[in-house]
Design a protein around this ligand. Structure first.
Ligand code: HOZ
Length: 426
């Protein structure tokens, strides 16, 4: 038994399923999860000492590469000054100013510790601001694990074939309307029926939790128009896409100004940090200014803020996104060419530093399209790549992530490995 297997068996005796987040258990791809011993730049090493070119990137945060020396130094310095105070710090102002500078839609921002907290709080705020109960989400979009959002969600729930969670009373989701992604007609019908009763619509503006699915321009512009007309708060959930598909997130790509934005992953540079922000008029409804309650002992934690600030500084350097995007495009083009040469039914797509791989003949537009892809083939591909020293997320329903620490040589090595795997799996 190798060390990963030993650790997995030991973990299962004390941690449910041996993991602290379901997808990590390899449940849908089979086999033993790799226990990570260390990570540096574009690589992770498991407990057996095997090195992998990493496209998980901690599920998004590692945009500048793992253990970037400047980020590590910023965290070290912050740690020397104390780990947590439960009182305001200057760092929190600096990062709030930085976020507002990067995202013009954000006039006020509040820091929290996880994406789940950010989306949960944004929904409560939208309800408090509008005085309405109903919320709208889309099939296959995942917005963290708070009760009212665990309906037809993506990510771990989709991976394990049950997109809604046990333990959520029907009463709690009674006000949640779920619509198909990219379906402009269903959206228009929903607003015709419920219009001024909808508190908010929450959207992954590029879905990353049913693999990567892009919205059509018509869909996002119709959504903005309908929400504006009905006084509904439009929440862009950019936890995954923010600072990742472009510096200014998907909203800067589509030219949409959402009312609220939720952020996470990249803004913490690998530390637990997330945020929600937007229009002053709405944000000022939060306690202590308004009646919508939200709080957290570790909110704005000084180490997380230090890691986030340094990461945001690095990604604002000249040429960062040109470099990142070129690497992603090189990989996606290489994978598509290798699959075609092997006659595999496969297509890859990307936006900025985020990409998707589908065992399907065309890029999916919705949850239904994604479910029709060949998950069995993904499993064989995943394990072939892992054996070859390349780590992708252990689920056909997760998007993948590039970092600026990858190089054209590592991309070419990945493509060469994929070419062999495509030939083996047919
Ligand atoms: N399903 C999560 C990403 N979309 C996985 C997070 C984790 O396991 O760390």
């Amino acid at each position: 038994m190798n060390r990963n297997e030993q650790l997995f068996n030991r973990a299962k005796n004390v941690i449910p399923g041996g993991v602290n987040s379901p997808v990590r258990a390899f449940g849908s791809v089979g086999g033993t999860p790799r226990f990570i011993k260390k990570a540096q730049g574009a690589f992770v090493w498991d407990e057996n000492g095997q090195r992998y070119i990493d496209y998980v990137g901690s599920w998004g945060p590692a945009i500048v590469g793992h253990a970037h020396p400047e980020v590590v130094e910023a965290v070290r310095e912050a740690a020397l000054g104390g780990l947590s105070f439960g009182a305001p710090t200057e760092g929190e102002i600096l990062i709030a100013e930085k976020i507002a500078e990067i995202l013009p839609s954000v006039e006020r921002v509040r820091l929290v510790s996880s994406g789940t907290e950010a989306t949960m709080s944004a929904i409560r705020l939208a309800r408090g601001y509008t005085g309405r109960d109903k919320i709208v989400k889309f099939e296959g979009c995942y917005h963290g694990h708070s009760d009212s959002l665990l309906v037809k969600a993506g990510s771990g729930l989709l991976t394990y074939g049950n997109p809604s969670s046990a333990g959520v009373p029907e009463d709690f989701t009674r006000h949640t309307v779920v619509l198909p992604y990219n379906d402009t007609e269903a959206l228009s019908q929903c607003f015709a029926e419920f219009g001024n009763r909808i508190a908010c619509v929450i959207l992954e503006p590029v879905a990353g939790n049913m693999n990567l699915v892009k919205p059509s321009a018509q869909f996002v512009h119709t959504l903005r128009r309908l929400t504006e007309q009905s006084g509904t708060v439009l929440i862009y959930d950019e936890v995954m896409t923010g600072f990742r598909v472009a510096l200014g997130g998907v909203q800067s790509v589509h030219g949409i100004v959402p009312d609220l934005t939720t952020m996470g992953k990249v803004i913490g540079g690998g530390m637990p940090l997330a945020a929600f922000g937007g229009k002053k008029e709405i944000m000022d409804c939060i306690s202590p200014l308004g009646g919508v309650y939200q709080a957290g002992t570790l909110s704005g934690n000084p180490l997380s803020v230090a890691a986030g600030l340094k990461t945001l500084e690095i990604i604002q350097r000249e040429g960062f996104y040109e470099h990142l995007n070129a690497l992603t495009e090189r990989l996606v083009n290489g994978l598509n060419a290798a699959a075609q040469a092997a006659g595999a039914t496969f297509v890859a797509d990307s936006i900025g530093g985020m990409f998707g791989m589908y065992f399907a003949d065309k890029v999916p537009q919705s949850y239904a399209d994604m479910q029709a892809s060949d998950v069995e083939c993904f499993k064989r591909f995943f394990h072939g790549m892992l054996e070859g020293g390349v780590a992708f997320g252990p689920s056909a329903y997760e998007a993948c992530f590039m970092s600026a620490a990858h190089t054209p040589e590592l991309i070419d090595e990945t493509v060469a490995t994929a070419a062999k795997v495509f030939a083996q799996i047919g």
